[in-house]
Design a protein. Structure first.
Length: 122
């Protein structure tokens, strides 16, 4: 029997919706970065029978740490601009905040997975 994958415990797994929303927000801000995010939808899909408690498509994110940092920075900038412009659409701010949280969790997860340098290298 296959074990189920708890997608909530895997920051490197994002939903189709999160990836598509990130693409839509970034496409006018940084087209290449937006395309990199959208291309994740062509990558490795989490098999539905391995996902626990969800029917939505989820994908393993394979972007570089630098690209993930750029996504976080771009979303931060978009959020700041929305606050400065006092956008009346609070839903947009909520979406940006939610996406920032997911991408930041992914960035932190990557940092935690980096092996510390060997003492022999000092």
């Amino acid at each position: 029997m296959k074990q189920q994958l708890d997608i909530n415990a895997r920051p490197d797994v994002l939903s189709r919706g999160a990836l598509e929303l990130t693409f839509k927000l970034l496409r006018h801000y940084n087209a290449q970065l937006a395309l990199d995010v959208r291309n994740q939808l062509q990558g490795e899909k989490v098999l539905p029978n391995l996902c626990s408690s969800t029917k939505a498509d989820h994908f393993f994110v394979t972007l570089s740490a630098q690209s993930i940092g750029k996504v976080v920075a771009a979303l931060t900038q978009l959020g700041e601009e929305a606050l400065v412009n006092r956008e009346s659409d609070s839903g947009r701010l909520l979406v940006i905040r939610s996406l920032m949280k997911e991408w930041m969790e992914l960035a932190e997860w990557l940092i935690m997975r980096v092996d510390s340098p060997s003492p022999a290298l000092h």
